[in-house]
Design a protein around this ligand. Structure first.
Ligand SMILES: *[C@@H]1O[C@H](CO)[C@@H](O)[C@H](O)[C@H]1NC(C)=O
Length: 512
């Protein structure tokens, strides 16, 4: 539907030189969060037929249709936040300001990077524009930057819904971009205000505590070699976790324990049985049990249970889980991994990588993602099988209402990416294919033996259907096939060993 107020664009200054009878196509200013995203948006919407000129950030211009009529589009970008907050000069002085007073101090907003002149740039580019479409990243920060941009353009905020619109997109692909353009919504003021509040709290808590603790500790430790002992509401608690772990490791006292390992020979193979008591912290008592076990001369098979077990496919991938895998399995630190993920998003290869959600929206088109992935020989067999034999929906996850889970959007050629970025992308693809694969099904057989009042067990696993573990082989269920046993049978004990282990445990950390 055409928005209210779009009947006649206001005549811009440049139009005064034209005969009044020529109606001007309305101008639409569109602003993205980064220059590269502005370029992708302009390329997608213009079909590549655009002109580009330099400014504080590049400006791409083209003709097109807006709300059903001919329009002139101008696409540019900010570079992250335009403004940041700080205290007025009167509160900058450490000597003259009590840290407590900072909590009630006024807060000033000023340009984060005055040399980039983003404010002036947006004000200039907005001149003569009837409409403003906000293409900031779709998260809270992006929502906040929306209102920074609105402020810079000088278009009054009460024009939201009439002249100001928000594009909602989760990936920088042509499909998502044109879909967002066809379904413009409104920016969310509440989310933007939440960020304002967070910024003010970070500033006040950070500065007040930093000044206070710098002073406090400087008097106490003469050799403190830091001029400022800074406090951050996130960094300081995180440091607390690191210190706690460090203390746990330092105060670790190894402790010995012992266990019995009983061996049998079946069909020519030696099989080690696990002791039901698992471990004892007393060597002499363990020796006593070692002597008791062969008292019956043989082990009796007291129970055999066969169960079908299932290892569930993963739910959708969110940011925290991506960073965990990057760190523990790929050896890529969280900060580097996040930069790589952002680049993959900007290049249109993956959906927005900042998401807490592990659940997909009900309408999500899994088949189209699968058919995109089908062309890479690394996993094309898995994908074809899923498309032919039927794939499943991902396991139920949490929908936090932000973005869909991190999903491959476009096939990246390996040679287009740096080695680690490719490994990260490959993981995202494998994970996605895993989410729509079947669960892994295996049979667990547990055989229970008894002798001298002690119970032992051996467990076998046999995979009947690999499911998602064929695309995520590192999660495969280890197979070990047991020979056939029969309940009530007896079997000779081959030997009973004692083995010694040093317990890996941490003593309680001290409260220091
Ligand atoms: C922009 O924000 C400033 C400070 O919040 C305010 O004083 C000014 O009126 C705003 N400008 C517009 C055009 O909304």
């Amino acid at each position: 539907a055409r928005p209210l107020g779009c009947a006649r664009p206001t005549q811009s200054r440049t139009s005064s030189s034209l005969p009044p009878s020529v109606p001007m196509a309305p101008k639409v200013l569109m602003v993205a969060e980064k220059p590269s995203i502005a370029l992708s948006i302009a390329s997608a919407l213009s079909g590549g037929r655009m002109s580009t000129r330099k400014g504080s950030t590049d400006v791409h211009e083209f003709d097109g249709m807006f709300q059903g009529s001919q329009a002139f589009f101008r696409v540019t970008s900010v570079i992250g936040h335009v403004f940041s907050v700080d205290f007025p000069p009167a509160y900058q002085n450490w000597e003259g300001t009590d840290p407590m007073d900072l909590f009630n101090a006024p807060v000033l907003r000023s340009e984060s990077n005055p040399k980039a002149h983003i404010h002036r740039h947006l004000a200039q580019e907005a001149r003569g524009c009837t409409y403003l479409v906000l293409w900031l990243d779709c998260d809270r920060e992006g929502e906040n930057i929306c209102f920074e941009v609105i402020n810079c353009t000088g278009i009054p905020e009460n024009e939201v819904g009439r002249r100001i619109f928000r594009a909602r997109f989760s990936s920088v692909t042509e499909k998502d971009i044109s879909n967002a353009m066809d379904n413009l919504v409104l920016p969310n003021k509440d989310e933007a205000l939440a960020v304002d509040a967070r910024q003010e709290i970070d500033l006040k808590v950070g500065v007040a505590f930093t000044r206070f603790q710098t002073r406090y500790f400087q008097g106490k430790y003469g050799n403190l070699d830091s001029r400022v002992i800074s406090y951050g509401p996130c960094q300081t608690p995180t440091l607390g976790f690191c210190v706690q772990r460090y203390q746990q490791i330092n105060t670790f006292k190894p402790e010995k324990f012992w266990s019995l390992r009983t061996y049998i020979i079946k069909d020519g193979d030696e099989i080690q049985l696990e002791w039901d008591r698992k471990k004892l912290f007393d060597f002499d008592v363990t020796v006593m049990f070692q002597k008791m076990v062969p008292s019956d001369g043989a082990l009796k098979i007291t129970d055999i249970s066969v169960k079908e077990e299932c290892k569930a496919r993963p739910p959708g991938l969110n940011t925290v889980n991506l960073l965990k895998v990057a760190s523990s399995a790929l050896g890529i630190g969280p900060q580097t991994a996040m930069h790589m993920a952002e680049r993959l998003y900007i290049q249109g290869y993956i959906s927005y990588p900042r998401t807490e959600s592990t659940a997909y929206p009900a309408s999500f088109d899994f088949r189209s993602v699968l058919s995109t992935l089908a062309h890479n020989p690394l996993w094309s067999n898995n994908v074809r099988t899923l498309m032919d034999a039927g794939f499943v929906k991902p396991r139920q996850g949490h929908d936090v209402g932000d973005h869909p889970p991190i999903t491959p959007m476009r096939l990246a050629p390996e040679e287009a990416l740096e080695t680690d970025a490719w490994r990260l992308y490959q993981y995202i693809c494998q994970h996605f294919i895993g989410t729509v694969s079947h669960d892994c099904i295996y049979t667990r057989t547990a055989v229970e033996f008894a002798s001298g009042g002690e119970i032992f067990r051996c467990v076998g696993h046999r995979v009947t259907s690999k499911g998602f573990t064929s695309i995520m082989p590192w999660l495969a269920v280890g197979e070990n096939n047991l020979p056939t046993f029969k309940k009530g049978d007896t079997i000779n004990i081959h030997k009973v060993d004692i083995y010694e282990v040093r317990l890996m445990s941490f003593s309680q950390p001290h409260n220091t």
